[in-house]
Design a protein around this ligand. Structure first.
Ligand SMILES: *[C@@H]1O[C@H](CO)[C@@H](O)[C@H](O)[C@H]1NC(C)=O
Ligand SMILES: *[C@@H]1O[C@H](CO)[C@@H](O)[C@H](O)[C@H]1NC(C)=O
Length: 519
């Protein structure tokens, strides 16, 4: 099938050669999950052009928060306030990736990835958020990074917005202000113009659902607003239009010359009914329509929110005594502008939750969480990562991918984030190895058995980094970073070797079937 050993870096680059992990030799990876139909390990490989990658984001790794003319972002403001982030930690220095470009690329080469997903810091490029504040030094940093990636033969996947909004734009309302559509379009236009000759895969927004709910409704992320019941809907509404505008700019001005693809990255867990009751089953059916569909349905289907979402928010609003829904409406021309503005689907997936039906008492407190008569929970028996919300449930990924195919058709899918957290410093991360093996195996089943059009996979994350409100306490890295050392040394974890092995084999080659490697 592939000439494995001829063009890949030897795994001994990590200091010792790889021993076949015991867990993959078993039929099942986890004691918890041993349903023969669902959980049996599949020894197969991916198509030759499958895009293996690793992912990061600007504020989480770059540091250099005020270097070379960069303006402040909402995360600079938020973390500097104190009382917002675990132990008042900040991304001021983070992994110092702004100054460690060479080492970061070396790590990507050690892993053998074909692609690197990173994000651009908007206030590094446009310090006050607008085109007139163009910062050449910031632009040059990303050109150096892109040039180095090209030299290393690593294809960039570039996210325009991974949550570090220029503070000056938050000062006029941020994503709750419609003007952001044109500010974001200008920014996107500049990025396509400056970097587009080196970039074929663009992401407009990373996880609209997370930064709008956490930033504008719950207040646990920057900008820390608690506009419960309407903040996330309003902010989300703006981001959908901003995404669509940016896609059209690319389509009209750049696609012919640059031949790239543009889409957004959506975050979704898988949702399993908690019991067999009809209420729970219907709630579990609603969950992906609302969570994934809030942002994916307008863009992939018809330019509008899913019908079920409109119905629930309208009813909940009416029960509050409001005369209009808290969910804004798109005009007909906006719907036309939004529908179909994707060239692929980016999916961030980490975990699975149970869903049960739960009707809310009257009068209702308005909030996204309560609008849909559902309650989420997880199973105590599921293996646990360090993040409270993150249980290891590999089969959920296959079900979610199947749901996407069923609802959105054969759209090309890139898994743009998948991974798990640990709390302490430890490079011996057996659970993370199992996480990657099992989730990637479920993606392989979705592809080979269910016919889902999965094109690539990006591990989150290349290295430990600033995990938002959790600071440096939750570590997602294939590489460990020592944040007590000013040099921020990076050390590969065992999972880095395991992921490199999967990439080198382009999937899973049974240790007993050597013929496959020699074909
Ligand atoms: C974090 O900042 C808040 C607000 O300034 C302060 O009250 C608190 O003591 C600080 N916590 C730590 C761990 O420094
Ligand atoms: C929403 O309200 C309409 C009109 O009262 C009703 O027919 C419908 O069943 C309600 N939907 C939900 C999900 O409660």
């Amino acid at each position: 099938m592939k000439l494995l050993t001829m063009f890949m870096l030897p795994l001994s680059i990590f200091g010792h050669s790889l021993v076949e992990s015991e867990s993959t030799d078993n039929k099942f990876i986890f004691d918890t999950f041993q349903d023969p139909k669902r959980d049996t390990f599949l020894w197969e490989t991916f198509p030759d052009d499958f895009l293996w990658g690793a992912a990061t984001a600007s504020y989480q790794i770059e540091g250099a928060w005020d270097a070379d003319g960069k303006g402040p972002s909402i995360w600079d403001t938020f973390s500097h306030e104190g009382g917002r982030v675990y132990q008042n930690q900040t991304g001021d220095e983070a992994c110092s990736s702004y100054n460690k470009l060479k080492r970061d690329i070396e790590m990507l080469q050690e892993l053998g990835v074909k692609s690197y997903r990173f994000s651009l810091s908007w206030p590094r490029i446009l310090p006050d958020g607008t085109a007139k504040s163009f910062n050449k030094a910031g632009v040059n940093y990303y050109k150096r990074l892109l040039d180095a990636l090209v030299r290393a033969g690593i294809e960039p996947m570039v996210t325009l917005y991974h949550w570090d909004l220029p503070q000056d734009l938050q000062d006029i309302g941020g994503w709750e202000n419609e003007m952001m559509v044109s500010y974001f379009s200008d920014y996107a236009d500049i990025c396509f113009r400056e970097f587009g000759n080196r970039v074929k895969l663009w992401i407009t927004f990373n996880e609209q659902i997370i930064f709008t709910t956490h930033g504008y409704e719950i207040g646990s992320h920057a900008p820390g607003l608690k506009h419960s019941g309407y903040g996330a809907y309003r902010a989300g509404h703006t981001t959908i239009k901003a995404h669509a505008q940016a896609w059209h700019i690319y389509d009209q001005k750049y696609r012919n010359k640059q031949h790239g693809k543009v889409s957004a990255v959506f975050q979704s867990s898988w949702f399993e009914p908690k019991t067999n009751s009809l209420g729970d089953k219907l709630a579990a059916k609603r969950a992906p329509e609302v969570v994934l569909g809030w942002f994916a349905h307008p863009i992939l289907v018809d330019g509008d929110y899913p019908a079920v979402m409109k119905e629930y928010v309208a009813n909940a609003s009416r029960l509050q005594g409001l005369t209009t829904s808290r969910l804004p409406e798109f005009t007909e021309s906006e719907k036309k502008m939004i529908a179909g503005t994707y060239d692929f689907l980016g999916l961030n997936h980490y975990t699975t939750t149970y869903v049960s039906h739960k009707a809310r008492a009257q009068p209702r407190v308005a909030s996204f969480d309560l609008d849909f008569d559902m309650e989420l929970s997880q199973d105590e028996a599921w293996p646990k990562a360090a993040s409270s919300w993150l249980k290891v449930v590999p089969w959920g990924l296959r079900r979610l991918l199947g749901w996407i195919k069923e609802n959105y058709g054969d759209v090309p899918i890139y898994i743009t984030e998948n991974g798990m957290s640990q709390s302490g410093m430890d490079t011996n991360d057996e659970l993370r190895i199992k996480y990657y093996q099992s989730y990637i195996n479920e993606m392989l089943k979705a592809h080979l058995i269910d016919g889902v059009n999965v094109k690539g996979y990006f591990a989150w994350s290349l290295m430990d980094n600033f995990e938002w409100a959790e600071g440096y306490s939750e570590k997602f890295g294939l590489y460990e970073v020592d944040f007590d050392d000013p040099k921020r040394p990076r050390t590969p974890r065992d999972s880095a070797r395991a992921y490199a092995e999967i990439i080198q084999n382009n999937g899973f080659i049974h240790p007993g079937s050597k013929e496959k490697t020699e074909l």
